[in-house]
Design a binder for this molecule. Structure first.
Ligand code: IMP
Length: 428
């Protein structure tokens, strides 16, 4: 039955694209419900690597309809670039295959300029500088421009021009930055609207019709619960609902239509940008887990190229995420990266202000004072990339997976053991 949800269970970059790709095989619709082009993952089509930021990954499956839901913030300029790249890889992107909710909000150059300007001050948190926070700010302030406005490119252009002029005042007066040429931006966005308006569709009705017809829908989350505006490590978070609540608000579907909730977690932990990270590593072990950047799977941001902070798997944080979202199933990614390490640590509790706790504190100041209490497991030396069943994994590796299962309380249904599509173990 109808909606499966795929959520990031850490600080993003868990390899959700990889798992979506496996699950989207039999989906009729793949829908994005939150975030914008701050997300990113690469898909390899033959010899071409396509980076997806906005377009749902069902675009690579012939019969799949892809929805950009109302909870998303959309940058028309970057979306057109992405569509062009997908087409260049030989994949058709038509209005029948890509639908945009008229209620999604538009990211404008002014939002991006403000994001960059604020990041340069001491209030910066290490955003992706895609204008995400400022676009959601306008949405919450009820002054945002929605995608539906693109239906009338001329009027849309006028609103874009007005927005840019208003932002210019802030750029000049608050941040002492150069203004943006409002007329040039307006003209560019009018052109973008002409190209994108054919994709506007009543996505709520589309999804409800699909539910009535018992079609399979995959709701694809961007970012992750620990970056969620409410449940993440505020203020070091993104500005959208990246957890389960975002599916309902970001798509307009009811909770009882959700029948499967899958969390994706890496076999270790990473985070980009500022904010508390109890199990963070530095030195040689960090370099080992991060990789050099020469492989596409190394721990460097796919949107910004920034080196990611890396650490041991944090099972306290994972339990928190599982609870909030009602995650029943976990997909564990990048297990192969741990091969060859003699010992592995996983945090099973924290020591916080002299007190031991198994619960993740809700505020970042307290979390920053928490020291992880580790359980140490024996590592494995064999390469696991050839394994296609749990039985083919070394015993110590199986123990590591079972430890995650036992501590988190969620069933591990998928384990990825390498970057290729088929390097995946279905445990049941
Ligand atoms: P923003 O979403 O660009 O406003 O950035 C806010 C925070 O979320 C920063 O710490 C970013 O590094 C982080 N962030 C946003 N998108 C992603 C993502 O897709 N993966 C990992 N971190 C992200």
């Amino acid at each position: 039955m109808p909606i499966s949800v795929l959520l990031g269970a850490q600080w993003g970059d868990e390899g959700k694209g990889r798992i979506t790709d496996a699950i989207a095989q039999d989906a009729d619709i793949v829908a994005r419900f939150n975030g914008g082009d701050n997300a990113g993952h690469s898909i390899t089509i033959g010899k071409t690597v396509v980076k997806l930021h906005m377009v749902p990954s069902g675009i690579f499956r012939d019969r799949c309809v892809n929805v950009i839901g109302n909870g998303v913030v959309l940058n028309p300029r970057n979306l057109l670039k992405e569509i062009a790249e997908i087409r260049a890889a030989g994949i058709p992107v038509t209005p029948e295959r890509l639908k945009i909710s008229p209620a999604a909000h538009i990211i404008l150059p002014g939002h991006i300029a403000l994001d960059a300007a604020r990041e340069a001050t001491k209030g910066g948190i290490g955003t992706t500088q895609r204008g995400i926070g400022f676009a959601y700010m306008d949405k919450a302030s009820r002054i945002g421009i929605r995608a539906g406005a693109m239906a009338d490119p001329e009027q849309f252009a006028e609103r874009v021009r007005e927005h840019t002029l208003a932002v210019n005042q802030q750029l000049e007066m608050i941040y002492a930055r150069a203004p943006i040429d409002a007329d040039t931006v307006a003209a560019e966005y009018a052109k973008a609207a002409m190209e994108l308006r054919a994709h506007l569709a009543d996505t709520v009705t589309l999804l409800h019709d699909a539910l009535s017809a018992n079609k399979k829908i995959l709701a694809e989350g961007a970012q992750a619960t620990l970056l969620d505006i409410d449940h993440g490590t505020y203020p070091y978070v993104t500005s959208s609902s990246a957890s389960i609540g975002g599916v309902m608000t970001g798509l307009g579907v009811p909770p009882q239509a959700i029948t499967r909730i899958i969390g994706v977690a890496k076999a270790f932990a990473t985070r980009v940008g500022a904010g508390p990270f109890p199990t963070e590593l530095s030195g040689e072990m960090a370099t080992r887990l991060r990789g050099t950047g020469s492989n596409p799977w190394d721990e460097f941001g796919s949107t910004t190229g920034r080196p990611r902070r890396v650490g041991w798997l944090d099972l306290v944080a994972l339990r928190h995420v599982i609870r909030i979202n009602g995650i029943q199933e976990l997909a564990i990614t990048k297990l192969d990266i741990l091969s060859g390490l003699p010992q592995l640590n996983v945090a099973t509790s924290y020591q916080c202000d002299g007190v031991g706790t198994r619960a993740m504190p809700q505020d970042s100041e307290t979390l920053a004072r928490c020291a992880p209490i580790y359980t140490t497991l024996v590592g494995w030396s064999d390469d696991v990339q050839g394994a296609r069943s749990m039985g083919e994994l070394p015993l110590a590796c199986r123990d590591y997976v079972r430890k995650i299962e036992a501590e988190s309380g969620a069933h591990i249904s998928l384990v990825s053991v390498g970057p290729e599509r088929e390097q995946l173990i279905q445990t049941k």
